[in-house]
Design a protein around this ligand. Structure first.
Ligand code: 5RP
Length: 250
């Protein structure tokens, strides 16, 4: 079972060839790591292409400032990144209380509510974030929106037990506006299987004015729903790399 993110992450680009989007991700990640990581911290490491830059900066700070950190990864990709950068790994059995978790997001609204799980790692990401005193989001400017669904069109991921995907899909389509699409592997040979052996339903074309806290609670009560990509009232701060080279902190 591989996180689909692994296949899609591009290798680190050199500064010269960095697109403005990559530069924006890097700016946000570097500033967040500069501001929020202190020596002695236990740090949750999210998943995605922006987190690559956070790990890069963390490794620089460990090497140059002798900052000491231990990191809890949220995916196979995050674990590989930590190993490649020779950062110290730990897990929730050993260190269940994290000082901070740094993660990307697919969309961040004006209340700092998030859609996450574009890469399929939502369950581990939510568990690790829930163990941290602070969840800090790093993203490029395209993720910054006023309400969920305004910018991000791939939908809200819902991780479900495989045997329940169809009844859940039918039930949700009867209750809510929009479609609940089973996420398929890139080669369409079968459904994406998460790290936890589950499937994902992506909820698209939803009513953007829904009360997400209530919706999230309703979804969580359905037998077979394992977790949702709605991260409500979890993030403390978001860093957005902007096209002009600045960082917007929300
Ligand atoms: C993975 C996630 C990622 O944080 C989210 O998809 C953002 O990724 P990227 O930094 O590549 O835009 O939730 O499950």
């Amino acid at each position: 079972k591989t996180c689909p993110l692994i296949a899609t992450f591009s290798p680190l680009l050199s500064q010269a060839s960095m697109t403005s989007l990559e530069a924006a991700k890097r700016l946000a990640a570097y500033q967040a790591v500069n501001q929020h990581i202190k020596s002695g911290y236990i740090v949750g490491i999210g998943s995605g292409s922006t987190v690559i830059y956070a790990v890069e900066r963390l490794a620089q700070r460990v090497a140059t400032e002798k900052v000491v950190v231990s990191c809890v990864p949220t995916s196979f990709q995050a674990r590989q990144l930590l190993v490649q950068n020779q950062l110290t790994l730990t897990d929730l059995d050993v260190t269940p209380n994290l000082d901070v978790c740094i993660d990307g997001a697919d969309e961040v609204d004006s209340n700092l509510d998030l859609i996450k799980g574009g890469g399929g790692c939502l369950l581990q990401e939510k568990i690790v974030a829930s163990c941290a005193r602070k969840l800090i989001i790093i993203a490029d400017y395209t993720k910054n929106s006023s309400q969920l669904g305004e910018q991000y069109k791939k939908g809200i991921p819902i991780e479900v037990a495989p045997m329940a995907y169809f009844p859940i899909k039918t039930r949700l389509e009867a209750k809510y506006q929009g479609q609940f699409m089973l996420r398929m592997a890139v080669n369409k040979a079968g459904p994406v299987v998460t790290h936890n052996g589950n499937f994902i339903l992506d909820w698209t074309n939803f009513d953007q004015t829904l009360e997400w806290k209530n919706v999230n609670q309703e979804l969580a009560l359905i037998p077979g729903v394992v977790e949702t990509g709605l991260f409500i009232q979890m993030a403390q701060e978001a860093y957005f790399g902007m096209p002009n080279g600045s960082v917007k902190v929300q």
